[in-house]
Write a new protein. Structure first.
Lengths: 233, 233
DNA sequence: CGCTATGTTGAACGCCCTCAACGTGAGTGG
DNA sequence: CCACTCACGTTGAGGGCGTTCAACATAGCG
């Protein structure tokens, strides 16, 4: 299903994407390059590990997860991605993708054909810089996640994830309490824990009055305490 | 101490840096922007967490580690950096750095002043793209590390790290056996393990004839086995 | 030669995993 | 409307991987 394209100028997530610093005039160049928006249903894949360069995507609505599978079957979720993110770029031309991207909810993406977009990046320096900044920002976020996996215990990891998700959801203008489309297995696969232990630890955080997670709604009851438990500087 | 600057065209690590795709003519523009090389002694810092935008660096020789400290004193080493890497960029202007960079050996860096380099990135599209590719590559590497921390046991993590370091050292043209300037505490802080357990696990890998680590020299005795133990696809 | 950082080895503890059983809610089809 | 199914979450008991604490080598360096 392909919703009708609409003007980039009126794009709802414009200021959270790589297009943020562009003028309306420059945005029209992007508009000339991009294709129709595309709807990806929950559970569908935007990218598949091992694939070779399809189109790029900008997430316009919905949640996406980036993950990869290890030879022994284990799944590492690298990141939960919110609207505004840019997906699908591979630094080495001709190489295959090292990770997959799956829709956690129904997702709308802006489709940017590879060739044209690369050309556009060369022509519009602001876009190229914005693109680069996004990548460095992603690295910084990955580093934070490393600190969780390497140096925090289960309680701290979960606190950190919830803190991070709430901050980013707020920044992205989502309604609160935030609706998290995550199962405890997702949380476990992101944090290097078993679903069983996620359940126990989450219960402890609930019992301590720090968060409330009824259904898939996350409500932070004590933000300061959550940050403290998360070992956030 | 400031070694004399020399021509970018003759730069020994030119093809491993963001300058790789540039023509000699474009390289001269870089040369006009950059400052003298700088020597950072072992243990010295190139970047400090909490600092605000100094110059950028390209590592020309030596080993660097990127790390950050948690409020409880724990240290997470994010990455061991080899010559060719680009350091010091912050995606959000005005924000402070989230991690530190320390020299593991005496290090030589090419110093690129912030303002001039950002201008150069705008003017030379090839440089901007190369810069962006480096960032995305860094993210991909961080993702791999996440998979280690989240889904591999101690033996697999260490095997993976050694495998990765050997591959990158080889790619970077270093002599073999590779001289690793790492203590077991460094390895532990990168992999989320205690030095004690690193010692035990490394001994097991040695006893199994997979690697040999005498002094700080790493020799891979059974590369296939190492890759298998590392759960490399 | 002594000092300090680093690596090794042993023993006991604990966080998290594994296995297992059961509860719960949404969706489906009768 | 109910019975059924299946995914997801909860709770309990026991075990293992890695930690912690401690003592002792070993090596680099003044």
């Amino acid at each position: 299903m392909q919703p009708a394209p609409h003007s980039c100028v009126g794009c709802l997530v414009r200021h959270q994407t790589i297009c943020a610093p562009l003028t309306d005039a420059q945005l029209r160049e992007v508009e000339a390059t991009r294709l129709h928006d595309q709807l990806v249903p929950r559970g569908g894949h935007l990218l598949r590990s091992g694939e070779r360069g399809g189109a790029f995507f900008t997430v316009k609505s919905g949640w996406v997860m980036l993950y990869s599978l290890l030879p022994d079957g284990g799944r590492q979720i690298h990141e939960f991605v919110l609207p505004g993110a840019f997906l699908g770029f591979q630094p080495e031309s001709g190489a295959v993708l090292a990770y997959s991207a799956e829709a956690l909810t129904d997702v709308t993406v802006c489709v940017l054909p590879r060739e044209g977009t690369v050309r556009l990046l060369r022509e519009v320096p602001e876009l190229a810089m914005s693109f680069a900044c996004t990548a460095w920002h992603a690295q910084a976020h990955a580093f934070q996640q490393q600190a969780s996996l390497g140096r925090r215990n289960a309680r701290e990891r979960i606190a950190h994830l919830l803190h991070d998700l709430q901050q980013r959801a707020r920044q992205s203008g989502m309604a609160e309490p935030v609706s998290l489309p995550l199962t405890q297995e997702h949380i476990g696969d992101a944090l290097g824990l078993t679903p069983v232990h996620v359940s126990r630890t989450l219960k402890a955080l609930r019992d301590d009055g720090i968060v409330s997670t009824s259904g898939h709604l996350l409500e932070v009851l004590d933000s300061a305490r959550l940050a403290q438990e998360a070992l956030v500087a």
